[in-house]
Design a protein around this ligand. Structure first.
Ligand code: GTP
Ligand code: MG
Ligand code: ZN
Length: 429
């Protein structure tokens, strides 16, 4: 494939968002049209169209498949999974979201993407679109259930993320089958009112996120046949979700100060297990990153780590003077808003001090890993869950959904470590 076969500037290196293989665009495979003779791919099985290296192209840059039909869909030469076209034009940025089972990762993702879709165009002059709507379908389901539900009084819940199944793609590598987690992909591009609109090709990004099951971060659970957390190696920023409701010390401190059933006393055995678990997960993730980066145990990493403290609604009484008003501010001369970084830093200091008091081991592990640690409290629901008598689990009613600060960790990461899209103000007072 030469540059003239596609109607836009092509990046010289592409990173596959499924298997993280890096390749040059001319190595790409193409996905055959839906001709019945072309069903079946060696790596992906009978239900998928064959992947091929074309020898013929149409005048407008599409490939011609072995049955003479045109196709524009591209695939990774290593795993054969489809690589959406914007990844050939726009630089990707990978973010990893990690945390213990039930720490709130899936709710966080759904509320964050929902909030970002509303806020980015209206307040920050950035459009956020699905790079590949099919790949993002699961996240759409979550968002629709929580925020667009025609029955706002129904008790709904996001299912626990499975360790395998339809959130994963299975690829036959010849000697073994590998299971890759499906990425969620979003285009972020400056709008006409954005100061960097003219530099769109430089500052735009494809944001790549993954929803792992908490168990994937336990020692021994990432293998060559299920490389479920290899995105940690590429990740620009790590988001570690810490859940105070799983910590006996936080639960004790919140007694009488919350209505959240997750803060009720759990059995001593459960409490002990989950305390070790959250710390173990952070330490394990840090070790995986160190291994991939070739760092010694005592070397600090340059990579930022955001400790996202989830379920803020359930422990907010521990910091009664921290307001959850959005940390955005205006500059007189521009129509777009900026992050109030001073306020975010002040809140980070307070939340960091709180964690130092109750869970010093989390803070010590984080600060031993990198100089860039930020603590951000978030609430994905803004409301405690209720027990669902039908399932025995927890659910929320869509009418109660009132997330706060849930998009702040990502906006801050984009501002600080992926410059040009989201503006920030360091001193507001
Ligand atoms: N109070 C409160 N509860 C929350 C919030 N976000 C999630 N929860 C509850 O936390 C529980 C677990 O949330 P999930 O998002 O499914 O957790 P997860 O980290 O994806 O868990 P795994 O998929 O098992 O790894 C659910 O029962 C939610 O009701 C929040 O912002 N506030
Ligand atoms: Mg989940
Ligand atoms: Zn691939």
């Amino acid at each position: 494939m030469s540059e003239t076969t596609l109607p836009y500037t092509i990046r010289s290196r592409i990173t596959c968002p499924h298997c993280w293989h890096e390749y040059s665009p001319e190595e790409s495979l193409w996905i055959a049209s839906d001709h019945p003779n072309l069903f079946g791919d060696v790596k992906l099985g009978d239900q998928q169209m064959v992947r091929f290296l074309p020898s013929r192209f149409t005048a407008d840059g599409e490939a011609v498949d072995p049955e003479g039909q045109r196709t524009s869909r591209l695939a990774c030469p290593s795993c054969h999974l489809e690589v959406a076209r914007p990844l050939y034009q726009i630089a990707p940025v990978f973010f990893s979201i990690l945390g213990a089972p039930a720490s709130g990762k899936s709710y966080f993702l759904a509320s964050m993407t929902w909030q970002m879709r509303q806020l980015l165009p209206s307040k920050f002059g950035v459009v956020m679109t699905d790079t590949d709507p099919v790949a993002n379908a699961r996240l759409h389901e979550y968002e629709e259930q929580q925020f667009l539900n025609p029955n706002p009084d129904a008790l709904v819940s996001i299912a626990k993320t499975q360790l395998d199944g339809d959130l994963y793609d299975r690829v036959n590598m010849g000697t073994h089958v590998v299971s890759y987690p499906r990425p969620f992909l979003f285009n972020l591009q400056p709008m006409a009112k954005h100061p960097n609109h003219e530099k769109s090709s430089l500052v735009s990004r494809v944001m790549c996120l993954y929803d792992n099951a908490g168990e994937h971060f336990l020692p021994g659970s990432d293998s060559s046949t299920a490389p479920v957390t290899r995105h940690l190696a590429l990740s620009r920023v790590l988001f570690f979700l810490f859940d105070p409701t799983q910590d006996a010390r936080f639960r004790r401190a919140c007694q009488g100060k919350t209505k959240d059933p997750q803060m009720q006393n759990r059995s001593e055995r459960l409490a002990r297990e989950s305390v070790t678990r959250q710390d173990t997960i952070l330490v394990e993730a840090i070790q995986r990153v160190r291994r991939h980066a070739g760092l010694r145990e005592d070397q600090l990493h340059q990579r930022p780590l955001v400790i996202v403290v989830t379920k803020w609604d359930s422990w907010k009484e521990l910091l009664p003077d921290v307001s959850h008003e959005p940390p955005y501010t205006n500059k007189s001369s521009t129509p777009i808003q900026f992050l109030d970084n001073q306020r975010i830093a002040e809140v980070s200091t307070k939340v960091g001090d709180l964690l130092r008091q109750y869970t010093p081991e989390i803070v010590a592990s984080a600060e031993g890993f990198t100089k860039h640690v930020l603590f951000v409290p978030v609430s994905a629901t803004g409301h405690p869950p209720e027990s669902d008598p039908q399932t025995g689990g927890f659910g929320v009613r869509p009418r109660d959904m009132n997330p706060y600060w849930v998009e702040v960790p990502m906006l801050y990461a984009l501002n600080k470590w992926c410059s040009g899209l989201i503006g920030g103000v360091e001193k507001t007072k």
